[in-house]
Design a protein. Structure first.
Length: 155
């Protein structure tokens, strides 16, 4: 009787182990896919932090490893600093905000910076807009309405 219970428990644990291994495999594939996409996107898009092949961060997953592919650098605005210090997509966003007659919503930026009108593009652009607000390149006086940074305009 006890042997049968243990065999049932072991079978359940084996199933859980197989499911966990499948999940880990999917995560590895996803990581590799993201790394490939980021590598393709970073070509010609501005400054990219280069990381040596052996410069790897530890992973939470046993036997897994994480490699940083690249990071776009968005510096804080300073008097005398122009947008040429920013990656291309951020320069495009600033140009749209500067050329607009008034505040601009994230949905209005997407087609103007030559991106397809898709939900993912809106959210990615919104994140970039918020980053530019944090770094003082843009202002967001009303939620969701972006204008060129007043500190920039006054300089």
């Amino acid at each position: 009787m006890r042997v049968e219970e243990l065999e049932t428990e072991v079978a359940g644990l084996v199933r859980q182990l197989e499911q966990s291994r499948e999940g880990l495999d999917r995560l590895r594939i996803a990581r590799e896919t993201v790394a490939e996409v980021m590598a393709k996107m970073s070509v010609g898009s501005g400054p990219v932090a280069e990381v040596a092949d052996d410069d790897r961060a530890p992973s939470l997953y046993a036997g897994g490893e994480r490699q940083v592919v690249g990071a776009l650098s968005v510096s804080k605005w300073q008097a005398g600093k122009d947008a040429s210090a920013l990656p291309r997509v951020y320069r495009d966003i600033l140009e749209v905000a500067t050329d607009a007659p008034g505040p601009v919503r994230p949905e209005q930026f997407v087609p103007r910076i030559r991106l397809p009108a898709e939900v993912g593009k809106f959210e990615g652009t919104r994140a970039k807009l918020k980053r530019l607000v944090e770094r003082r390149w843009l202002d967001e006086d009303d939620p969701g309405l972006f204008t060129p940074g007043s500190r920039r305009a006054g300089a």
